[in-house]
Ligand binder design. Structure first.
Ligand code: ATP
Ligand code: MG
Length: 477
C-alpha cells in the first residue's frame, strides 16, 4: 500500500490544480524540492514544481484564470514551461519529458514523456519524488527509486547510472555537493567517483550557474562540507584554483607553516556561526589567497607571506571577473576585507593605542564590525591558552573602537575644513597645496594631535599654511 501524503496538499491551491487537471483530463504531480523539503520537515517551500503529463502551459493558463486576481502566466515556449505567482507561492509547470544529451552541451533534446520518464531525468532520487494531484490517487507518493529511504539514510543517489547523470549535465556535480552541504547528506561512493571522473566536464557549465551553487554552499550552516567535497573530487582546481594552491605544509630546517587551505575552511565555518552576510563569508573564503604567491622562506625568520593581504585583494578582483561575478560594491567589500584582514591582528598584538584604532576605523569605515568578526573567525589555534589570549585581545580592540568612535566620530569621516575654505583663506586657485593641507589636517586628527573639531582644525590649517609659506588673507572673524 502506498502511504498517503494528503496533508501536504491540504491547501486551496492544490485543490484548484486537481480540479483543473480533471477538467482538462490531464494528470499532474507536485515534484522535486517541494516534496523533498516537506518530507524533511524543512518548512513549507514557496516554490512548487508541477509536472504535467501533457501540456504544462495549458494547465498553467487555466489554473491562473481561476485564481484570485488572475495572475500573469510567464511562458517559456522553448522549454515547454510556464510560471505563475500566487500569494507568496511560485508555481512552475512543466510537461513530463524524456531527455537525451549531446556531449558538448548541457541542453538536452527533449521529447514528451510519461511521469516515470520524467522522474528518470531528475538529478537525485530525493528530487524525483512526486505527489499525485489526480482525483484517482490524490496524495499518493510516487517514488520509483526509493527516494524516501534515501531521505531517511541521508544519502544522495542518482536515478540513473551516475556516470551518465553527471556527464549529461555536469551542473549536477555542483548540485550534488550543494545538497550534501545544505542537507548534511552523504553523496554515495559511486556518485562521488563519477563526479571525480567527470570533473573536467564542469567546463561546459556557465560561470553564473557555478557561482549560484557556490553561494548556496557558502550560505549553509557548515560550508566546509561543500568545499572539502569540491576539493576531494578535484572540482575545486577548476573553479577556485587560488584555494587549492593554499594546500600543504612545507618544512625547511625544521620550520613549518600551517596548511592554509584547511585553515581557510575552518575560518569559513567559524564565520558562518557568527554572520549570515554572504559577502563576509566570501571574504573569509578568500582572506588568505595571497599567501600562495607570496610564500617565502628566510633562513633567519622562517616562513613569510609578505604583503599577502595586498596581493590577495588584487586577486579578488581577477577571481570575481573570471567567475563573471558582478564587479560592484560587494566585490569592493570583499577586496577591502581581504586587504585589511591582518590589521586588527597586528593591533591586538601590541598595546592598543587610540591613534591605531582611529586609523582602523578610518580605513574600514562602516565595515569595521565585519572586519572584527572576520578576525575573530580567523582564530583557529587549537591551543586553548593562545585562543583565549587572542579572543581577549580582540575584545579589547572592540571596546576601544566603541570608545574612540564615541569621542572622535571617525567612522564616516568628513573633513572639518573644506577645500573651498582652504582656498578662500589663502587665496588659492585649485592646486595641490589644498590637497596637502587637507591631508595634513586628516593625519593630525588620526594621530590625535588635534580633536576632530572645526576650531582646532582651523588653527592647525593656519599653522600648516604658514609653514608652507602661504599667507592667510581671509581670516575668519
Ligand atoms: P532548491 O529550490 O532548494 O534549490 P530544488 O530541488 O527545488 O531545490 P530546483 O533547481 O528548483 O531545485 O529544481 C527543481 C527540480 O528540478 C529538482 O528537484 C529536480 O527534480 C529537477 N532539477 C533541477 N535541476 C536539475 C538538473 N540539473 N538535472 C536534473 N534535474 C534537475
Ligand atoms: Mg526549487
Amino acid at each position: 500500500m502506498q502511504q498517503n501524503y494528503k496533508e501536504a496538499l491540504l491547501d486551496s491551491i492544490f485543490n484548484t490544480l486537481t480540479e483543473t487537471a480533471e477538467e482538462l483530463t490531464l494528470d499532474c504531480y507536485v515534484i522535486g524540492g517541494f516534496v523533498r523539503d516537506y518530507l524533511l520537515k524543512r518548512g513549507t517551500p514557496k516554490d512548487i514544481d508541477v509536472v504535467v503529463v501533457g501540456s504544462g502551459i495549458d494547465l498553467a493558463k487555466k489554473v491562473a484564470s481561476k485564481l484570485q486576481g488572475n495572475p500573469k502566466v510567464s511562458i517559456f515556449k522553448n522549454f515547454g514551461t510556464a510560471m505563475l505567482k500566487h500569494k507568496d507561492l511560485e508555481l512552475e509547470f512543466v510537461g513530463a519529458r524524456k531527455e537525451s544529451y549531446h556531449h558538448d552541451s548541457r541542453k538536452p533534446v527533449v521529447e514528451d514523456g510519461t511521469l516515470e520518464e520524467d522522474q528518470h531525468r531528475r538529478d537525485f532520487t530525493i528530487n524525483a519524488l512526486a505527489l499525485s494531484l489526480n482525483k484517482k490517487n490524490f496524495g499518493d507518493l510516487l517514488d520509483p527509486f526509493k527516494g524516501v529511504i534515501d531521505l531517511g539514510n541521508k544519502v544522495l543517489r542518482t536515478p540513473l547510472e551516475p556516470g551518465i547523470t553527471y556527464s549529461d549535465d555536469p551542473l549536477r556535480m555542483m548540485r550534488a555537493i550543494r545538497f550534501a552541504t545544505q542537507l548534511d547528506f552523504t553523496i554515495e561512493l559511486k556518485s562521488l567517483q563519477a563526479i571525480t571522473e567527470n570533473k573536467d566536464r564542469i567546463k561546459i557549465v556557465s560561470n553564473e550557474r557555478i557561482v549560484e551553487e557556490l553561494h548556496k554552499i557558502l550560505a549553509s550552516i557548515k560550508p566546509s562540507i561543500g568545499f572539502s567535497l569540491l576539493h576531494r573530487t578535484g572540482l575545486l582546481d577548476y573553479i577556485l584554483p587560488e584555494l587549492t594552491a593554499l594546500e600543504g605544509i612545507e618544512e625547511i630546517e625544521g620550520q613549518r607553516h600551517k596548511d592554509n587551505f584547511w585553515h581557510t575552511l575552518e575560518v569559513v565555518d567559524n564565520i558562518a556561526l557568527s554572520s549570515e552576510n554572504l559577502w563576509l563569508r566570501w571574504a573569509a573564503l578568500l582572506h588568505d589567497i595571497g599567501k600562495a604567491p607570496t610564500k617565502k622562506f628566510h633562513k633567519k625568520i622562517g616562513w613569510t607571506f609578505h604583503a599577502h593581504e595586498f596581493v590577495g585583494s588584487k586577486m579578488v578582483y581577477k577571481l570575481f571577473k573570471r567567475l563573471r561575478m558582478p564587479l560592484n560594491d560587494k566585490m569592493k567589500f570583499v577586496k577591502k576585507m581581504v586587504l585589511m584582514s591582518s590589521r586588527p591582528i597586528v593591533l591586538s598584538e601590541e598595546f592598543v593605542t587610540d591613534s591605531a584604532v582611529r586609523r582602523l576605523i578610518f580605513d574600514a569605515g562602516d565595515f569595521v564590525d565585519d572586519l572584527m568578526t572576520l578576525c575573530e573567525a580567523d582564530i583557529t589555534t587549537k591551543n586553548p591558552k593562545k585562543q583565549n589570549k587572542y579572543k581577549n585581545n580582540f575584545k579589547i580592540v572592540r571596546q576601544k573602537i566603541i570608545e574612540v568612535e564615541e569621542r572622535d566620530h571617525i567612522r564616516n569621516f568628513q573633513p572639518p575644513i573644506s577645500g573651498e575654505e582652504i582656498m578662500k583663506t589663502f587665496n588659492l586657485k585649485p592646486s595641490k597645496e589644498i590637497g596637502i593641507i587637507k591631508a595634513a589636517i586628516k593625519e593630525a586628527i588620526l594621530d590625535g594631535e588635534i580633536p576632530n573639531e572645526y576650531d582646532a582644525a582651523y588653527g592647525f590649517m593656519l599653522k600648516k599654511g604658514v609653514k608652507m609659506g602661504l599667507f592667510a588673507i581671509n581670516k575668519k572673524n
